[in-house]
Design a protein around this ligand. Sequence first.
Ligand code: NAI
Length: 398
Amino acid sequence: MKILLLENIHENAEEFFKNEGYAVETHSSSLEEEELIKNLQDVQVVGIRSKTDITENVLENAPDLLAVGAFCIGTNQIDLEACSKAGVAVFNAPYSNTRSVVELTVSNIIALLRKVFDRSKLMHNGRWEKSAKDSFEVRGKKLGIIGYGNIGSQLSVLAEALGMKVYFYDIDDKLPLGNAQKCSSMQNLLEISDIVSVHVDGRESNHNLIDEDEFEQMKDGAIFINASRGFVVNIKALAKHLKSGKLKGAAIDVYPEEPKVKHTDYRTVLQNLPNTILTPHIGGSTEEAQRNIADFVPTKLNDFIKMGSTVSSVNFPNLQLPQINDEHRIVHVHENIPGIMGKLNNIFASNNINIERQFLKTRRSLGYVITDIKKEYNAEILDEVKNIKGTIRVRLLY
Ligand code: NAI
């Protein structure tokens, strides 16, 4: 098995794959389409970050590719539909930087309530402004969390540990952690919170979720935080409410338009507003998160390659599978159309093969069947399996 790791992926990943017996090739940068295709010949797994595009053309010209590892959270750079059509499984690292985002959010809440950045700026400009006015402890303050997923719920735990009263609103029915209280509507949350922190996902309907009306509904003097997605907030409306003093501060880590390159000039309507902390989408950017990603993604890829396991795959039906000992495992990826299972099992039956274990799961247009059989079998059945109409890919694991 050969693996290609691009974009300076953390060295832990390379070490892991070498220890697992893979041949590993690394590149410090991303590769353009043509170069990528050249480098993917004979490669079964490719590891990328956000700058390498896995397009339909790449997939069509990389016949040995079985899996893509996105060593990041987002998968916008990967044509997931084309991957499914080609029977290529995609894995990412959805939780590896959760804690990093939460820690930045907690530090921003404290810094905003104490106006740390404005005071620091004054000190850097030679101005000593000592005052307790408008400075508050976080203890006892009401934190409203919109989106109680991985990040929102972990923020809830840390905020409670600091003595905050936590309220949350989620469109899904979420279990409140600790003493956190569920709000019946977003409006209800906005009306009672001293600090509002947004942690929703990037679904289409969340465009401008926080707009003029939502800022109006917040308490006078509320603090606002967004470290989720830029398009979730109308930043012109946010700027207006910071200028008017309706909001007493904001911390923004994500923007509707973000540059693609790391070092560049940047302009936003939020610059130079009072008590406003601006960071360049660094919520999840820590050394620990990078290491966590390099530990998480390789194990998922390895379990897929060696066992057929698809736990946490972004595009494949998720199946957790037992180890195989004295058996062969046949992995069959197919179009999700009626009749495939019948045809598959007919082949086993007519060749007098007893099935030890079998698992099926489907997801959208894809079907995924794992069949464990005894080692003694007629190798020609694999050709029969491959010839079933609707088959995308067949693999035999030992
Ligand atoms: P998640 O998918 O675990 O949680 C999102 C939650 O939001 C879900 O519970 C969902 O039901 C809820 N939700 C969606 N739309 C909603 C709405 N309109 N109202 C109320 N609840 C809603 O996602 P996770 O991992 O917690 O990430 C949250 C956000 O943070 C994502 O947008 C992600 O892209 C972003 N993120 C930002 C980073 C940064 O560097 N600033 C790093 C990592 C993630």
